[in-house]
Design a binder for this molecule. Sequence first.
Ligand code: AMP
Length: 289
Amino acid sequence: MKAPELITDPAIWQARCSAARDGGARIALVTTMGFLHDGHLSLMREARARADAGGRRGLALASIFVNPTQFGPNEDLSRYPRDLEGDLAKCASAGIDWVLAPEDPNAMFPPDHQTWVTVERASQGLCGASRPGHFRGVATVVAKLFNLSRPHVALFGEKDFQQLAVIRAMARDLAMGVEIVGMPIVREPDGLARSSRNAYLSRDERARALSLSRALREAADAALRGERDAAALAARARARLDEAGLRVDYVEIVDPGSLAPVARAEAGSVMLVAAWAGATRLIDNLRLP
Ligand code: AMP
Protein backbone atom coordinates (compact mmCIF):
# COMPACT_ATOMS: atom_id res chain seq x y z
CA MET A 1 0.00 0.00 0.00
CA LYS A 2 2.19 2.79 -1.32
CA ALA A 3 1.21 6.34 -0.32
CA PRO A 4 0.08 8.32 -3.34
CA GLU A 5 2.14 11.27 -4.42
CA LEU A 6 0.47 14.49 -3.35
CA ILE A 7 0.65 17.34 -5.86
CA THR A 8 -0.82 20.71 -4.93
CA ASP A 9 0.18 22.78 -7.94
CA PRO A 10 -2.15 22.28 -10.95
CA ALA A 11 0.60 23.32 -13.38
CA ILE A 12 2.97 20.65 -12.08
CA TRP A 13 0.12 18.11 -12.16
CA GLN A 14 -0.62 19.00 -15.78
CA ALA A 15 3.01 18.65 -16.84
CA ARG A 16 3.28 15.28 -15.09
CA CYS A 17 0.04 13.93 -16.57
CA SER A 18 0.91 15.14 -20.02
CA ALA A 19 4.33 13.50 -19.93
CA ALA A 20 2.78 10.26 -18.67
CA ARG A 21 0.13 10.23 -21.36
CA ASP A 22 2.64 11.05 -24.10
CA GLY A 23 4.75 8.20 -22.74
CA GLY A 24 1.86 5.82 -23.38
CA ALA A 25 0.33 5.54 -19.89
CA ARG A 26 -3.38 4.83 -19.67
CA ILE A 27 -4.91 7.40 -17.28
CA ALA A 28 -8.03 6.92 -15.13
CA LEU A 29 -9.34 9.82 -13.05
CA VAL A 30 -11.69 10.17 -10.08
CA THR A 31 -12.68 13.72 -9.13
CA THR A 32 -13.83 14.33 -5.55
CA MET A 33 -14.33 16.98 -2.90
CA GLY A 34 -12.59 14.80 -0.33
CA PHE A 35 -13.71 13.50 3.08
CA LEU A 36 -13.60 10.17 1.34
CA HIS A 37 -15.87 7.22 2.04
CA ASP A 38 -16.52 3.81 0.50
CA GLY A 39 -18.46 5.36 -2.41
CA HIS A 40 -15.39 7.31 -3.48
CA LEU A 41 -13.17 4.27 -2.89
CA SER A 42 -15.25 2.06 -5.18
CA LEU A 43 -14.61 4.61 -7.96
CA MET A 44 -10.91 4.66 -7.14
CA ARG A 45 -10.57 0.87 -7.18
CA GLU A 46 -12.30 0.82 -10.56
CA ALA A 47 -9.92 3.57 -11.73
CA ARG A 48 -6.98 1.38 -10.67
CA ALA A 49 -8.40 -1.58 -12.62
CA ARG A 50 -9.17 0.47 -15.71
CA ALA A 51 -5.79 2.22 -15.72
CA ASP A 52 -4.12 -1.19 -15.76
CA ALA A 53 -6.54 -2.73 -18.28
CA GLY A 54 -4.15 -2.33 -21.21
CA GLY A 55 -1.80 -4.99 -19.82
CA ARG A 56 0.75 -2.50 -18.52
CA ARG A 57 0.45 -0.51 -15.32
CA GLY A 58 -1.31 2.76 -15.99
CA LEU A 59 -1.98 5.78 -13.79
CA ALA A 60 -4.90 5.91 -11.36
CA LEU A 61 -5.44 9.54 -10.39
CA ALA A 62 -7.69 11.32 -7.92
CA SER A 63 -8.39 14.96 -7.27
CA ILE A 64 -9.51 16.37 -3.94
CA PHE A 65 -10.83 19.89 -4.28
CA VAL A 66 -13.76 21.55 -2.54
CA ASN A 67 -14.89 23.51 -5.56
CA PRO A 68 -16.24 26.88 -4.42
CA THR A 69 -17.98 27.53 -7.74
CA GLN A 70 -20.50 24.73 -7.25
CA PHE A 71 -21.77 26.06 -3.89
CA GLY A 72 -24.59 28.58 -3.69
CA PRO A 73 -24.28 31.62 -1.41
CA ASN A 74 -26.30 29.96 1.36
CA GLU A 75 -24.73 26.52 1.07
CA ASP A 76 -22.15 24.69 3.15
CA LEU A 77 -18.84 25.69 1.49
CA SER A 78 -17.19 27.05 4.64
CA ARG A 79 -18.12 24.05 6.79
CA TYR A 80 -17.68 21.31 4.19
CA PRO A 81 -15.82 18.49 6.01
CA ARG A 82 -12.12 18.03 5.24
CA ASP A 83 -9.47 15.47 6.20
CA LEU A 84 -6.60 15.45 3.72
CA GLU A 85 -4.39 13.16 5.76
CA GLY A 86 -7.12 10.55 6.19
CA ASP A 87 -8.06 10.90 2.53
CA LEU A 88 -4.50 10.20 1.37
CA ALA A 89 -4.42 6.98 3.41
CA LYS A 90 -7.73 5.91 1.81
CA CYS A 91 -6.41 6.75 -1.67
CA ALA A 92 -3.40 4.56 -0.90
CA SER A 93 -5.67 1.67 0.07
CA ALA A 94 -7.49 1.99 -3.26
CA GLY A 95 -4.26 1.99 -5.29
CA ILE A 96 -4.26 5.65 -6.36
CA ASP A 97 -0.90 6.80 -7.74
CA TRP A 98 -1.16 10.59 -7.58
CA VAL A 99 -3.53 12.97 -5.81
CA LEU A 100 -4.11 16.54 -6.94
CA ALA A 101 -5.20 18.61 -3.94
CA PRO A 102 -4.79 22.33 -4.60
CA GLU A 103 -4.47 24.09 -1.23
CA ASP A 104 -5.74 27.40 -2.43
CA PRO A 105 -9.00 27.68 -4.43
CA ASN A 106 -7.31 30.51 -6.36
CA ALA A 107 -4.98 27.93 -7.87
CA MET A 108 -8.00 26.49 -9.70
CA PHE A 109 -10.09 29.65 -9.99
CA PRO A 110 -7.86 32.73 -10.01
CA PRO A 111 -9.63 36.08 -9.64
CA ASP A 112 -9.69 36.66 -13.41
CA HIS A 113 -11.36 33.31 -14.17
CA GLN A 114 -14.14 34.05 -16.62
CA THR A 115 -14.87 30.93 -18.66
CA TRP A 116 -17.78 28.68 -17.76
CA VAL A 117 -19.19 25.45 -19.13
CA THR A 118 -22.98 25.37 -19.16
CA VAL A 119 -24.69 22.10 -20.03
CA GLU A 120 -28.12 23.41 -20.82
CA ARG A 121 -30.73 20.67 -20.81
CA ALA A 122 -29.30 18.17 -18.31
CA SER A 123 -28.73 20.96 -15.76
CA GLN A 124 -32.39 21.93 -15.71
CA GLY A 125 -34.86 20.71 -13.11
CA LEU A 126 -34.16 18.39 -10.16
CA CYS A 127 -31.08 19.68 -8.26
CA GLY A 128 -30.56 22.33 -10.94
CA ALA A 129 -33.84 23.96 -9.94
CA SER A 130 -32.99 24.40 -6.26
CA ARG A 131 -29.24 24.97 -6.74
CA PRO A 132 -28.90 27.60 -9.47
CA GLY A 133 -25.37 27.71 -10.89
CA HIS A 134 -24.41 24.43 -9.22
CA PHE A 135 -23.98 22.38 -12.40
CA ARG A 136 -22.19 25.22 -14.16
CA GLY A 137 -19.62 25.08 -11.36
CA VAL A 138 -19.43 21.29 -11.54
CA ALA A 139 -19.07 21.15 -15.33
CA THR A 140 -16.43 23.88 -15.33
CA VAL A 141 -14.24 22.31 -12.65
CA VAL A 142 -14.55 18.85 -14.21
CA ALA A 143 -13.66 20.26 -17.65
CA LYS A 144 -10.63 21.92 -16.09
CA LEU A 145 -9.61 18.74 -14.26
CA PHE A 146 -9.94 16.84 -17.55
CA ASN A 147 -7.68 19.39 -19.28
CA LEU A 148 -5.17 19.19 -16.45
CA SER A 149 -5.18 15.39 -16.26
CA ARG A 150 -5.86 14.23 -19.85
CA PRO A 151 -7.60 11.04 -18.66
CA HIS A 152 -8.65 8.23 -20.99
CA VAL A 153 -11.43 7.34 -18.59
CA ALA A 154 -13.14 9.14 -15.68
CA LEU A 155 -15.43 7.57 -13.09
CA PHE A 156 -18.46 9.16 -11.48
CA GLY A 157 -21.05 7.85 -9.02
CA GLU A 158 -24.69 7.32 -9.91
CA LYS A 159 -25.45 8.72 -6.46
CA ASP A 160 -25.20 12.12 -8.19
CA PHE A 161 -27.36 10.97 -11.07
CA GLN A 162 -27.99 14.37 -12.63
CA GLN A 163 -24.31 15.31 -12.28
CA LEU A 164 -23.37 12.16 -14.19
CA ALA A 165 -25.82 13.13 -16.96
CA VAL A 166 -24.35 16.65 -17.08
CA ILE A 167 -20.81 15.30 -17.39
CA ARG A 168 -21.73 12.73 -20.01
CA ALA A 169 -23.39 15.47 -22.08
CA MET A 170 -20.43 17.82 -21.65
CA ALA A 171 -17.83 15.19 -22.61
CA ARG A 172 -19.87 14.19 -25.66
CA ASP A 173 -20.86 17.68 -26.83
CA LEU A 174 -17.35 19.09 -26.48
CA ALA A 175 -15.65 15.96 -27.91
CA MET A 176 -13.42 15.68 -24.86
CA GLY A 177 -12.31 12.18 -25.79
CA VAL A 178 -12.80 10.87 -22.25
CA GLU A 179 -14.80 7.75 -21.54
CA ILE A 180 -17.28 8.54 -18.76
CA VAL A 181 -18.12 5.58 -16.53
CA GLY A 182 -21.04 5.60 -14.07
CA MET A 183 -20.65 3.53 -10.91
CA PRO A 184 -23.39 2.10 -8.64
CA ILE A 185 -24.36 3.83 -5.40
CA VAL A 186 -22.51 2.52 -2.34
CA ARG A 187 -24.73 2.42 0.75
CA GLU A 188 -24.39 2.00 4.50
CA PRO A 189 -25.51 -1.44 5.73
CA ASP A 190 -28.95 0.00 6.58
CA GLY A 191 -29.41 1.49 3.12
CA LEU A 192 -28.42 5.15 3.56
CA ALA A 193 -26.41 6.29 0.53
CA ARG A 194 -22.86 7.12 1.57
CA SER A 195 -22.11 10.82 1.42
CA SER A 196 -19.52 13.16 2.89
CA ARG A 197 -22.48 15.24 4.08
CA ASN A 198 -23.73 12.37 6.29
CA ALA A 199 -21.09 13.63 8.74
CA TYR A 200 -23.34 16.62 9.44
CA LEU A 201 -26.25 14.50 10.65
CA SER A 202 -27.19 14.33 14.31
CA ARG A 203 -28.29 10.94 15.64
CA ASP A 204 -31.90 11.87 15.18
CA GLU A 205 -31.38 13.25 11.66
CA ARG A 206 -29.39 10.15 10.72
CA ALA A 207 -32.38 7.99 11.73
CA ARG A 208 -34.78 10.17 9.77
CA ALA A 209 -32.48 10.25 6.73
CA LEU A 210 -33.05 6.52 6.31
CA SER A 211 -36.47 7.34 4.93
CA LEU A 212 -34.86 8.42 1.62
CA SER A 213 -33.63 4.95 0.73
CA ARG A 214 -36.73 3.38 2.32
CA ALA A 215 -39.06 5.52 0.22
CA LEU A 216 -37.18 4.49 -2.91
CA ARG A 217 -37.28 0.80 -1.99
CA GLU A 218 -40.98 1.01 -1.25
CA ALA A 219 -41.60 2.63 -4.62
CA ALA A 220 -39.63 -0.16 -6.30
CA ASP A 221 -41.71 -2.75 -4.43
CA ALA A 222 -44.94 -0.98 -5.41
CA ALA A 223 -43.78 -0.86 -9.03
CA LEU A 224 -43.09 -4.60 -8.89
CA ARG A 225 -46.62 -5.15 -7.61
CA GLY A 226 -47.93 -3.32 -10.68
CA GLU A 227 -48.21 0.33 -9.63
CA ARG A 228 -46.83 2.15 -12.67
CA ASP A 229 -48.40 5.57 -12.29
CA ALA A 230 -45.47 7.92 -11.67
CA ALA A 231 -47.54 10.51 -9.82
CA ALA A 232 -48.93 7.88 -7.45
CA LEU A 233 -45.49 6.40 -6.77
CA ALA A 234 -44.02 9.86 -6.17
CA ALA A 235 -46.88 10.89 -3.86
CA ARG A 236 -46.38 7.82 -1.73
CA ALA A 237 -42.63 8.44 -1.45
CA ARG A 238 -43.20 12.09 -0.63
CA ALA A 239 -45.61 11.09 2.15
CA ARG A 240 -42.98 8.75 3.56
CA LEU A 241 -40.39 11.57 3.68
CA ASP A 242 -42.92 14.00 5.19
CA GLU A 243 -43.80 11.46 7.85
CA ALA A 244 -40.11 11.13 8.77
CA GLY A 245 -39.94 14.88 9.28
CA LEU A 246 -37.74 15.63 6.26
CA ARG A 247 -38.31 18.74 4.19
CA VAL A 248 -38.78 17.48 0.65
CA ASP A 249 -37.10 19.32 -2.22
CA TYR A 250 -38.28 16.98 -4.98
CA VAL A 251 -39.46 13.47 -5.70
CA GLU A 252 -39.44 12.66 -9.42
CA ILE A 253 -39.45 9.72 -11.77
CA VAL A 254 -37.52 10.37 -14.96
CA ASP A 255 -36.21 8.75 -18.09
CA PRO A 256 -32.58 7.78 -17.30
CA GLY A 257 -31.22 9.16 -20.58
CA SER A 258 -33.04 12.46 -20.98
CA LEU A 259 -33.94 13.07 -17.31
CA ALA A 260 -37.39 14.08 -18.57
CA PRO A 261 -40.22 13.25 -16.15
CA VAL A 262 -42.27 10.21 -17.15
CA ALA A 263 -45.99 9.68 -16.55
CA ARG A 264 -45.61 5.90 -16.41
CA ALA A 265 -42.74 4.25 -14.59
CA GLU A 266 -41.11 1.74 -16.92
CA ALA A 267 -38.37 -0.74 -16.03
CA GLY A 268 -35.23 1.38 -15.86
CA SER A 269 -37.02 4.64 -15.04
CA VAL A 270 -35.17 6.36 -12.23
CA MET A 271 -36.79 7.71 -9.12
CA LEU A 272 -34.84 10.60 -7.59
CA VAL A 273 -35.35 12.24 -4.24
CA ALA A 274 -33.83 15.26 -2.51
CA ALA A 275 -34.72 16.35 1.01
CA TRP A 276 -33.33 18.23 3.96
CA ALA A 277 -32.70 16.53 7.29
CA GLY A 278 -32.34 19.62 9.45
CA ALA A 279 -29.84 21.84 7.60
CA THR A 280 -28.38 18.97 5.56
CA ARG A 281 -29.56 18.41 2.01
CA LEU A 282 -29.44 14.75 0.99
CA ILE A 283 -30.09 13.08 -2.35
CA ASP A 284 -30.68 9.50 -3.43
CA ASN A 285 -32.07 7.61 -6.40
CA LEU A 286 -33.01 4.14 -7.57
CA ARG A 287 -33.69 2.50 -10.90
CA LEU A 288 -37.20 1.07 -10.80
CA PRO A 289 -37.61 -2.61 -11.64
P1 AMP B 1 -18.06 14.26 -4.13
O1 AMP B 1 -16.82 14.16 -3.32
O2 AMP B 1 -19.30 14.27 -3.33
O3 AMP B 1 -17.98 15.37 -5.16
O4 AMP B 1 -18.14 12.92 -4.97
C1 AMP B 1 -17.09 12.52 -5.82
C2 AMP B 1 -17.54 11.35 -6.66
O5 AMP B 1 -17.92 10.27 -5.82
C3 AMP B 1 -18.77 11.68 -7.52
O6 AMP B 1 -18.62 11.06 -8.78
C4 AMP B 1 -19.88 11.06 -6.72
O7 AMP B 1 -21.00 10.70 -7.51
C5 AMP B 1 -19.20 9.83 -6.17
N1 AMP B 1 -19.94 9.33 -5.01
C6 AMP B 1 -20.30 10.04 -3.90
N2 AMP B 1 -21.03 9.27 -3.07
C7 AMP B 1 -21.13 8.04 -3.64
C8 AMP B 1 -21.75 6.81 -3.27
N3 AMP B 1 -22.42 6.68 -2.14
N4 AMP B 1 -21.64 5.77 -4.12
C9 AMP B 1 -20.97 5.89 -5.28
N5 AMP B 1 -20.36 7.02 -5.69
C10 AMP B 1 -20.43 8.09 -4.88
